[in-house]
Design a protein. Structure first.
Length: 187
């Protein structure tokens, strides 16, 4: 299975991560209940989660660690390498993984992972004053996938549902801003 979209999401988010300073770790993010540190811990923990889920076929317990206390870039790279290796393994596209959403084929799971990585890259960029207009083709593809997959039952208040309510995006908003707004971020 081609991991090109996921690779691009990891690379773009990494290009934002390398510009985060220690002073920004306590800054607020578009995810209302998270500071930058929390966002980074989620992003890296979720990436390890993707690899483990593919390797076992079922979702493991979430990773609870403060990755911001160590070498963030090295840990991010290690997690991304593990996830990309797991997604690139033969048979992953047809493999079924079981998540809280229920059983999903590997190709759908990879779309979810790419969306999560790219939109959290957007969150990180917004929180740290970096540009959010990036990866227009990928963001557009992921937005189409999110529109097809995201059920209203998954939307609600911050901390109580995986996704917030869809927010309006300006008519001239870039694709990554529209993706973020669809997933509940104010743009």
């Amino acid at each position: 299975m081609s991991t090109q979209g996921l690779e691009r999401a990891y690379a773009r988010t990494r290009s934002i991560l390398v510009n985060v300073t220690p002073e920004q770790l306590s800054a607020p993010t578009p995810c209302q209940s998270w500071q930058v540190r929390d966002l980074l811990n989620h992003l890296i923990g979720a990436t390890f989660f993707y690899a483990e889920t593919l390797n076992t076929g079922a979702a493991p317990s979430p990773v609870e660690a403060d990755f911001s206390s160590g070498d963030l870039i090295a840990t991010y790279d290690e997690a991304a390498d593990r996830a990309l290796t797991a997604f690139a393994a033969p048979g992953t596209e047809e493999k079924t993984v079981t998540l809280r959403l229920g059983p999903l084929p590997g190709r759908v799971f990879m779309g979810i992972a790419a969306t999560d990585v790219l939109v959290h890259g957007w969150d990180l960029a917004r929180a740290t004053g970096q540009p959010t207009d990036f990866e227009p083709e990928l963001a557009e593809q992921l937005l189409d996938g999110a529109r097809a997959l995201l059920q209203p039952s998954l939307r609600g208040d911050d901390g109580k549902a995986p996704f917030g309510l869809e927010q309006p995006a300006p008519p001239d908003a870039c694709a990554s801003d529209r993706l973020a707004a669809f997933l509940g971020r104010r743009v």
